[in-house]
Structure formats: structure tokens, C-alpha cells
Design a protein around this ligand. Structure first.
Ligand SMILES: NC(=O)C1=CN([C@@H]2O[C@H](COP(=O)(O)OP(=O)(O)OC[C@H]3O[C@@H](n4cnc5c(N)ncnc54)[C@H](O)[C@@H]3O)[C@@H](O)[C@H]2O)[C@@H](O)CC1
Ligand SMILES: Nc1ncnc2c1ncn2[C@@H]1O[C@H](COP(=O)(O)OP(=O)(O)O)[C@@H](O)[C@H]1O
Ligand SMILES: [K+]
Length: 475
């Protein structure tokens, strides 16, 4: 499990540790880790650190201090290090002295053709987008030069990944003590590049966000045993498709068949299309352990969705099923509910513009989970899963899906995802676990189909799901 912690939590852990260590020890640990990553990058690109030109963008706080001390370490290994301050009157004094003592220099502008730029403008003390002086410096970063961000790319919100204005885009981010949620969630995650975590010895409590890894998913997958039969493995019902959108039914069934339930039951007007493709499907209503309601239903079917929600079985609601959902009805349910909106559907459910969901994905997922008392899988460039309890009790971390590819932004891939997640619900996973595991496998399958980068069809994602299962289950 990869875990991420809010600024408040990181600061508290830092205070606690600093009280037990000599002054400046933590910053030295951070600077040593940062310098090691920079040295590794320079060595890979040009064979050695000696003679490399390194430009440090230095802000007024401790983030700038880290950059200055790391610059001093690189200068001692023979790099030519130039520090460019955001405000020459506000520079970390110890860091500046160390850099000077090591032979580094100060300049007013980023020198020509550096081999590496270190972004030490703002760290967890940054608020909002870069202000003009910082933005002007970030604007001087030459194209094509690798950028290493100190702790996080300056201008991204550490807690949410929101980017409120100008921000640095890094190739590598060296973060200290713990991942911050903004490094895992877009748009921040995209700005961070590859993230290296430097352990500085923090003792941390429960995380605010977490990302499953292969082993976590493998533990949650429903695997049949000697005593299994198709009913014990779970039956998933699919209410999807319409005369206008029969394909959504086929794709949701395709995802469900590969999700680990023992049988898939289809209810709706696209039975012929479903059977033509998947003769394994049971047709018509009957007992199920979970329902998937919504893909391709078209308009005027809210009554059918409400009928399923009135039953005491787990229900996943997607796509057209999400229109006009009754929050009171959902909150009154005792069986698990999982909602799987994309940003547009989430915006409609929250009554806010789509852009505000895109810009603040974490807050949107939490708000939906709280308002509807349900687990929420918010699809998009970083898929998030908030559990109902996380919002109300503040207890459960939001799951950030680490797999996926933007090639998945293709018609019908969401239908495959909802069938898959519904199947996992029927197999007995909680709403949040079913959502997180489904997003993980779906993202992995999408990557397998896209390969080095090629268009992906939704049905191919469903077909690649067994390979994704095997990949996850291979130790
Ligand atoms: N606290 C600790 O023990 C450690 C902290 N470390 C470093 O310290 C950093 C945090 O340091 P600080 O608390 O000094 O904060 P920052 O270095 O992030 O800078 C905060 C300062 O930047 C200015 N600022 C804020 N938002 C701005 C904006 N949008 N545009 C322009 N200027 C803005 C403010 O004047 C504020 O004083 C961490 O990110 C990490 O790099 C590391 O050295 C590890 C140890
Ligand atoms: N930019 C993106 N990067 C990665 N994945 C994306 C991106 N945009 C969409 N996706 C994924 O693609 C799928 C699209 O689902 P959805 O929007 O419901 O499409 P549809 O309704 O056509 O099936 C979701 O799994 C979503 O997370
Ligand atoms: K930074």
C-alpha cells in the first residue's frame, strides 16, 4: 500500500521528530536524499556529476533551504551550482552559507543551458498558484532540461493536487517523509513526474489517501475454492442498455463476466445482442447478490433504478442511472451502494460546474460520498474511490488508483468498469474495495492493450482483464 498524508499530519510528525533531533538534522536528511537523486540523474545523462551545470530556483522557506544544502553537496562533487533566488532578501541563511562555502554562486536569472534545474521555490508551505516573482522564475526554466522538484512541484496544492495558477512541471519529484495526496492525484500527479520518497524517519498515523499495489489487490480478489459453486461465488445482475445503446449492455456484461462472480444475469431490452456475444449470460430478473444499474439505459428509466435501490442488495449505479438520484433514498439503504460517475456526472450530482470537479477531484469524491452516503468511484485521469464512511467519520482514506492510461478515455470503457466492479460487489467485496480493485484491474488491462501507446477499444479492455488478474496474482 502506498500511503499519502496531509500537510497538517506531516508537519505534526516533523515537529515531534525535530524535538528529538539536533537542530537542522531533518533538513540534512532531506538534502542528502535530494542530492543523491540529482547526482544519479546527472550521472545517467552525462556520465558524471563533475562539471555539470545545476540551476537552483530558491524560494524563501525551508523548501529553498533543502535546495541550497543539496546544491552545496553537488558543488562539493564538482558541479557548477548557481542559485537563483525568488527574493534575495529572504533566503535560508544556513543553506546559502553552505552553498557559498562549497563554491556555489548566486545569480539573478537562470543561466543558459543548465544540465539540471532544481525547483526549490515552494514546498508544503506554498498556498495557491505561484505569485508573480515565483512564476517569472519558473517561466525561465529552459525547454528540454530535466527538472527535479523539491518535495513537490511548486504551485501544486500538496493536500489535493489542485493547481490554482502557474505551477512547475517536473520530471522527477523528491518528496520527504511521506507522499502528499497532491503527488498522487491529477493535475498535481501529472506535474510531479516520477516520485522518489526519501525516508527522514517520520512516525505517521493513519493516512488521508492511499494507493493499492499489486499485493493489496491480490489479497482482495475473489478466488474460487474447492467448496465454491456458481451461486456461492455470487450472481451479478446487469440492468443496462436500451434500443438506442445496446452496446453498453454487452460491454457491462463483458466486464462482469471477468470480475469473479459465478454468473451474470442480464435484465433489459438488449438481451439478443448480449446473448449473441456472451452465451454464458442468464437472461431476465432473478436472485442476485449485487446489481449494476445504469450503463446505456437512456432516459426515462429512473423508476427501474429506484426499484433496485429499494431492495436490500448491493447496487452499483452508473451513467444514466445517476440522473436525478435521490440522496435520501440512498442514505437510508443498509446494503452497500457504489456510485461510479465521471466528472460531468459528479458535477450534476453535486450541482457544481464540471471544471470545479476536475480541479478538485478529492473534495468532489468526498463530498459525493458524504451527500449520498455511498462509496463513490470518481472516474477520470486519476480515479478516486471514497468510501461512505470516510467522509462522515473522516476515518477511511480515499483510494487513489495508480494504474490506467489516458487511452482508456474511449466510449464504452466505463461500461466495462461498472460490470467489473458490480461483479466484485456480488462476490462479496465492500463498495470501496470493489471500486478500488475494479479501477486497478481496468487500468492495468487498459495499459496492456495500449502497450507502448495505441488506441484502445472498450471490448479489448474486457478481454485483457484475465491477463490483468494473472499479472496481479503473480508474486
Ligand atoms: N519542517 C521540516 O522539518 C522539514 C521541512 N522540509 C522542507 O520544508 C518545506 C516547507 O518549508 P516552509 O514551511 O518554509 O514552506 P515553503 O518552503 O514551502 O515556503 C513557504 C513560503 O513561501 C511563500 N509562499 C507561499 N505561497 C506562495 C505562492 N503561491 N507564491 C509565492 N510565494 C509563496 C510564503 O511567503 C511562505 O513563507 C517542505 O516542503 C520541505 O521541502 C525538509 O527540509 C524536511 C524537514
Ligand atoms: N484522461 C484520462 N486518463 C486516464 N483514464 C481516463 C481518462 N479519462 C477517462 N478515463 C477512464 O476511462 C473510462 C471512461 O469511462 P466513462 O467516462 O464512463 O466512459 P463511457 O461512458 O463511454 O464508458 C473510465 O474508467 C475513466 O477513469
Ligand atoms: K518545490
Amino acid at each position: 500500500m502506498r500511503t499519502a498524508y496531509s500537510v497538517e499530519t506531516v508537519r505534526a510528525a516533523e515537529r515531534e521528530l525535530m524535538a528529538r533531533l539536533p537542530e537542522g538534522a531533518l533538513m540534512q536528511r532531506a538534502a542528502a536524499g535530494l542530492a543523491a537523486v540529482c547526482a544519479g540523474l546527472l550521472t545517467r545523462r552525462r556520465g558524471r556529476v563533475y562539471g555539470a551545470r545545476v540551476a537552483l530556483l530558491v524560494g524563501p522557506g525551508d523548501n529553498g533551504g533543502d535546495a541550497l544544502y543539496a546544491g552545496a553537496r553537488l558543488a562539493r562533487r564538482g558541479a557548477g551550482v548557481t542559485a537563483v533566488p525568488m527574493d534575495p532578501e529572504r533566503l535560508h541563511a544556513g543553506g546559502l552559507a553552505a552553498l557559498r562555502a562549497a563554491g556555489g554562486r548566486l545569480a539573478q536569472a537562470v543561466p543558459d543551458r543548465p544540465d539540471l534545474v532544481v525547483d526549490g521555490l515552494l514546498g508544503i508551505g506554498g498556498r495557491g498558484g505561484l505569485r508573480p516573482a515565483a512564476a517569472a522564475l519558473a517561466g525561465q526554466i529552459p525547454q528540454g532540461v530535466p527538472v527535479v522538484a523539491v518535495d513537490l512541484p511548486s504551485g501544486i496544492d500538496a493536500d489535493t493536487g489542485e493547481v490554482a495558477g502557474p505551477a512547475v512541471t517536473a520530471d522527477v519529484t523528491v518528496t520527504f517523509g511521506a507522499y502528499k495526496p497532491g503527488l498522487l492525484i491529477d493535475p498535481g500527479a501529472s506535474a510531479a513526474g516520477a516520485v522518489h520518497l526519501v525516508d527522514i524517519g517520520l512516525q505517521l498515523p493513519a493516512p488521508e489517501a492511499e494507493a493499492l499495489q499489486h499485493a493489496d489487490v491480490a489479497r482482495l480478489l475473489p478466488v474460487p475454492t474447492a467448496s465454491s459453486d456458481k451461486y456461492r461465488r455470487g450472481v451479478v445482475g446487469i440492468l443496462a442498455g436500451s434500443a438506442q445503446y445496446p452496446g453498453a449492455a454487452v460491454l457491462a456484461v463483458a466486464g462482469a463476466l471477468r470480475g469473479g462472480a459465478g454468473a451474470v444475469r442480464y435484465a433489459g431490452p438488449a438481451a439478443e445482442a448480449v446473448l449473441a456475444r456472451y452465451p454464458e449470460t442468464l437472461i431476465g430478473r432473478g436472485r442476485v447478490q449485487a446489481w449494476v444499474a445504469g450503463p446505456g439505459l437512456g432516459e426515462g428509466r429512473a423508476g427501474e433504478v429506484a426499484e433496485l435501490l429499494a431492495q436490500d442488495v448491493p447496487v452499483l449505479v452508473d451513467a444514466d442511472g445517476l440522473r436525478g438520484l435521490d440522496a435520501g433514498l440512498l442514505r437510508a439503504r443498509t446494503a452497500p451502494t457504489l456510485l461510479t460517475p465521471h466528472a460531468g456526472e459528479a458535477a450534476a450530482l453535486l450541482g457544481v460546474p464540471r471544471e470545479s470537479v476536475e480541479a478538485g477531484r478529492l473534495a468532489a469524491a468526498r463530498a459525493l460520498a458524504e451527500r449520498y452516503g455511498a462509496a463513490v468511484l470518481l472516474k477520470g485521469s486519476t480515479t478516486l474511490v471514497a468510501s461512505g464512511r470516510a467522509a462522515s467519520g473522516g476515518g477511511r482514506p480515499v483510494r487513489v488508483n495508480p494504474t490506467g492510461t489516458s487511452w482508456l478515455a474511449t466510449a464504452g470503457s466505463g461500461d466495462v468498469l461498472s460490470g467489473l466492479a458490480g461483479s466484485l460487489l456480488a462476490a462479496g467485496l465492500s463498495g470501496a474495495d470493489a471500486g478500488a480493485v475494479a479501477a486497478y484491474l481496468h487500468g492495468l488491462a487498459g495499459r496492456l492493450v495500449a502497450g507502448a501507446g495505441a488506441p484502445v477499444l472498450a471490448h479489448e479492455v474486457a478481454e485483457a482483464l484475465p491477463a490483468a488478474w494473472r499479472d496481479v496474482r503473480t508474486p
